[in-house]
Structures are given as structure tokens and as C-alpha cells.
Design a protein around this ligand. Sequence first.
Ligand SMILES: [Cu+2]
Length: 472
Amino acid sequence: MSGTYPIVGIQDGIGPDGERPLRYEINKFVDPKHNPYAKDQLNLFLLALEKIQAMSHTERLSWFQIAGIHGQPFINWDGSKGIDGGPDQWGGYCTHASILFPTWHRVYHALVEQAVHECMKKVLAEFPRDKQAALKPAVDHWRYPYWDWALVMPGTTDLVMPELMRLPVIEVQRPNGVMQTIDNPLYRYRFPLDAQGKVIGFTGGPPYTEAPYTVRHPAPFNKTLPVTSQETWAKGISDNDAAQTALNDVSAQRPGGRQLVVSVYQLFAMIRSFPPFSNTNWRGSGNPSQYTSLEGIHNNVHVIIGGLSRGHMAVNDFATFDAAFWMHHGNVERQLSIFQALNPADYKSWPNDPWLRSTVRPWFDGVSQVDEYGTWTRPPNTAETTNTPLTPFHKDAKGTVYDSDGCRYIANFGYAFEELQDWLPKYRDASGKFNTPLYCQDIRKALSEKYGWAMPSHHTVSHLAAAHPPSR
Ligand SMILES: [Cu+2]
């Protein structure tokens, strides 16, 4: 291995005025009306996912190793050595109930996006020469799509799990032009197994050590029976209808439907300070506006997809192996980016905007928070700050580890979101100064249009502007 892996995002396809390619919502990603490269990018994305999932588990940029950073198999990645922090230490690198939750997962997603893109370039090289030139812009402009699970279908109040994540098999076009039906890499992942049929490196016993595929909403695992005799676990059969039902179940333990939409709206309308926004374990003020958080809402969606019967997505140790993780976390990353845009570092210089005039804490700003669980590289009860190393993620080949300040601005990673196109000319005045209030106003309008309908009108928060029902 020559040096640590530099996580720099994708730097291809960026326009002369800083126009970064969008990470599209999945429904727009596949729609040529929104994404000019839709058809080619979907095909290339599926082929790249197929390739990365089939890579040897010994390779640093394989799906198995990248997914394995988060939780099991609890091994070192890219030279970041684990410590023995005692029996209560969390054995993965991921940060939960921690102020580092948003930033650690930001760099993590940039890593998977970059690794899938590298596979996509390899796929491109397999096409005939003349086709390669035609496809290159699609590759250059590709960014990892996400799923906005709080966005209702137009004219309805229904949340819908994307069909692309539900189809067990899917048709792709190979570089030689042949159409072929393959196992859908967005439906499930096939684990590498050892000679005894056990997943390489997993511990803790069945079902996860023996289930050959990721599953969603499996039948409850019966400990007295072998995994091989329990069909949903043994054959990797997901009940995506159950996931779809859970997604709209407002009464569930992990509420979906309108409740989920309300919580997303409130996340932006009520929380103006990064620490309470960031995670479930912030015990700052006890103020009711801090009873929700980016991480808290995100936790519910893990269970909605994985199921109370503990499909992989619902279990911290194994969630990342299911490609649903990255569609979900792409949306979490978008929510973090929107929060940052709405609560900008320079808010004090805009005294006439009532939203920006209220007190905000745009970032860590000196705050630290004790992490009760620790990680693979940090003992429990460590105080975490903006300079805590986000192991095992490196900025360069020399072993420089990211910290939260180092990943603060998404522009450095080469992507953007629909709501956050800060390069548009309307946001610059004659002298070239960025118009923060107008930018924020447009974002608030977009949030109101997408999620405001779910708020009871007497709860409408004035500074997110009036709630409109979705167009019918
Ligand atoms: Cu997660």
C-alpha cells in the first residue's frame, strides 16, 4: 500500500463559475427532465456498484472494507489503529450520540462516492473507444444520488420507498452493448464468506455471522434454528412492502408518514445551534426545541428500512453493507448542508434579516461534548471537539487525518444539492458580494414547499414562511 487514501471528493465536472454537479434526489436522478445524464448515469451507477461490491474483501476500496469501517468486522482501515478501550468501548469507527455524528458521516459518504466513482471510471474504460468519449460527461457529472424519505409524491401525502431500492433484479447494458438482468446492488449486498460459510471477520453469532445477504424486515430470527433453515435470512429475502408500510405508519414506535415530515420541518424551523442539531445526546439546555436532532430523525429511518426484526439497516454493526445506508445518509448529509446554509458563519453581518438576526451557533464554536461510547480509536467518555480526529479518514497520502473543521465546507468535496446552488448569479450583487439573506430565503421557501404542508397551521413557524400544501 502506497500511502493513505486521500479523500477529496469528486473534482470532475465542475463549471467555470464553481457550478458543482448535484447530488440528485433519486427520483430526479433517474428523470431526464431534471438530470440530462439520467439514462447513462443510472446504468453506469449500477455497473459501478456491481463492480465495487464484487471486489475482493482484502482491497481497501472494496464495498466490504468501506462498509466495514462503520461497525463490524472491527478491523483497522487505512492504517488507523484501534485501541483497547475496555468492554464498554464501541468497536467501530463510527460516531453516534456524538457531536461528531454529522461530520464523521460527511467524510464517510465522500469516501464511498469517490470509491464508486473510481469504479465508474473503470467501467467507462471497458466501453468501445467511440462510446467512451460520449459517456465521459455523464461520468464527470455523476454524484451519489440520495433518497429524501420525507418528500411526498406530488399530489399525495404518501412517502414512497424508491422502486430502484426494491427491485431484486434489474436490467443493465454492458459495455459491449448487451442487455443483461443482474442482481440489483441497491436491493441487497452479498457478503464474502469463508470456507465454513461464515461472513469474513464477523463476530457475535447468528444471524449476522451466517446470513449471506443483507436483508430488510426479515422474519424474526429464531435462535433455536439454524440460519440455513430460516428462509428470509438464508436466501436474503427482504420484505420491502413492510418497509414501505413502516415508512407511512405515524403510530409506530419509530414514526413515519406525516410525523416524519413534521420532524424534518421542525429540525430546520426550531434548531439554530449546531450542537443540539447534531446528535441525540446533547444535554445543553433542556429546551424543548432541542428534543429532536438530525441524528434522532435519522435513527428512526434506519429502523423503518431495516425493521424491528433487526434487518441489517437497523443494526449499527451492519447497516452500511445495505446500499440503502448510502441513499439514506446522502439525505442526512443534505440536511446538514442545509442547516449550515441557513445558519451561516457570517449571520451577524445581516442585521436586517429577522431569521438571521436570531442567535445562532453555526458550528462547534468551542463547544465540546463527552462521548460515552467512544470508538475503535477513542476510549469511552472522551470529550470531543471540532479538532477531534475523524479516524480513519485521511486528507492526503501522508496520513493527515480529517477533523470537523477540515470538512466544514462541501464545496471542497465537489458536490452540491438542488437547494444549495450558491453560484447562481442572482445571489451576487453588483460588487460580487454574496447575498446571504436571499439565499436563505430561497432555502426556507423550498423547505416550506416540501415539508410545511405537514404542520398543523397553528404550529406554523413564521420564520420558515407560510406552509403550503403540496401541489395537487
Ligand atoms: Cu446512520
